[in-house]
Design a protein around this ligand. Structure first.
Ligand code: ADP
Ligand code: MG
Length: 386
């Protein structure tokens, strides 16, 4: 079964692989539309497991648990790209699955991903696949200074090393345990942006407005929407994201991350086959959120409007906010956030704040981007965010 036809009625069960915050927000959106969600996640306590209607506590590749999920649910999706492709294939024998294993397989391997984007005629950073130590010898000098990235399982800048030359790249490759990597040139970034698109099983596709993203230490810190980019550049990013979704025959929510270079050119960084941190603003600033859209696709419903009704600035709340300048654990000053009536606080229910861990986010919505930025700056300073 490949498409939910006719649409799944409210009350139907939807399955979700993964228990993180993206899954939590998916559950909430599904429940708002009257669906029930069964989450498969190995952790006893997880952000999505805590709100799901049912939690199957098992590994993502546990055949019995996957079969149980497929029996319980009419359709299933994932909230993270590192789900084993085989798990999606197994689910697809008995229920509707979005996104398809083949699309997830492209996005979860940087080597396949870059080749896919390049073959679509869309620029990527100059790169060199490194499957074995010997491959490094042939890496062009022009890729240095570069970044060595593990091809799989990286996120939030993890599994990456800055490398000045071949010697450093070799040391980093060994440090990663010899797993397949890509070496890519460090590019001169003017800024970063992303486009979240939703595409139905019927091929209907919509893109939300482009988000302008600021990363710190490889982790998204701030998204500003609409992006302060030339309209022509934003249009090109949107076109590219829609073209990639089409070429992947994608069903679901897909995010395409871009680098905007100092010379004004646009380069695809990576794809995420799921809702994305840079799309969290859609919860508060758009007619339809990325999570509601993920539910709509999965249930075979038409897409909702992606119109942004108010400018937005989203701040990520990392575990760092739970530690004062003295390094002591403290409760963030929530009154400083909630005392601003245009700030929307989202916490993911994680009990253990650690530096760099995504604990929540705040989206400021106001009539103008300038007001959003001013409120966001006040909140950042009250919470001790740089
Ligand atoms: P992750 O999967 O951890 O998000 P990314 O490849 O997106 O990894 O890298 C995280 C961040 O590191 C990017 O958003 C960007 O800020 C920076 N970065 C990654 N690759 C490059 C590059 N080739 N040139 C310049 N900056 C980069
Ligand atoms: Mg990234």
């Amino acid at each position: 079964m490949h498409t939910p036809d006719p649409p799944l009625p409210p009350g139907s069960w939807l399955g979700l692989l993964g228990g993180g915050q993206l899954g939590r927000m998916f559950c909430m959106a599904a429940q708002t539309l009257g669906y029930r969600v069964c989450v498969l996640d190995p952790a006893a306590d997880s952000p999505a497991g805590a709100v799901a209607d049912r939690h199957l506590q098992a590994g993502y590749d546990d055949p019995a648990a996957l079969d149980e999920l497929a029996r319980a649910c009419r359709a299933a999706t994932t909230e993270f790209e590192n789900v084993p492709a085989g798990s999606l294939e197994r689910l697809a024998r008995d229920c509707v699955v979005s996104p398809a294993a083949a699309a997830v397989a492209v996005a979860q391997d940087r080597i396949a991903e870059k080749a896919f984007v390049r073959d679509a005629g869309i620029p990527v950073a100059p790169y060199w696949p490194v499957l074995a130590q010997a491959d490094l010898a042939g890496a062009p000098d022009g890729l240095f200074p570069g970044i060595l990235k593990a091809a799989r399982l990286g996120y939030d800048g993890k599994g990456q090393a800055s490398v000045a030359d071949h010697v450093a790249a070799l040391a980093a490759f060994r440090g990663f345990g010899g797993v397949p990597c890509v070496l890519e040139r460090r590019l001169p970034l003017a800024t970063e942006c992303s486009v979240v698109v939703a595409r139905g099983f019927d091929g209907q596709a919509l893109a939300w407005p482009v988000a302008e993203n600021e990363h710190r230490d490889g982790i998204l810190a701030v998204s500003t929407v609409p992006a302060r980019l030339e309209p022509a550049l934003a249009a090109r990013a949107t076109e590219a994201a829609l073209a990639l979704a089409r070429r992947l025959q994608y069903a679901g929510v897909l995010c395409v991350e871009f680098f905007v270079l100092r010379d004004g050119s646009l380069v695809v960084n990576e794809l995420a086959p799921r809702p994305h941190n840079s799309g969290h603003y859609t919860l508060d600033a758009c007619v339809t959120s990325q999570f509601e859209q993920q539910v709509r696709v999965l249930a075979g419903l038409p897409l909702g409007s992606v119109r942004q009704h108010t400018p937005a600035v989203m701040l990520n709340l990392l575990g760092d906010c739970w530690f004062g300048p003295d390094g002591q654990r403290r409760e963030p000053d929530w009154r400083a956030v909630l005392g601003r009536p245009r700030a929307k606080l989202h916490l993911y229910g994680k009990s253990d704040p650690r530096p760099g861990r995504k604990m929540g986010h705040v989206t400021v919505v106001a009539d103008s981007l300038a007001e959003c930025l001013a409120d966001a700056a006040g909140i950042a300073s009250a919470l001790g965010i740089r």
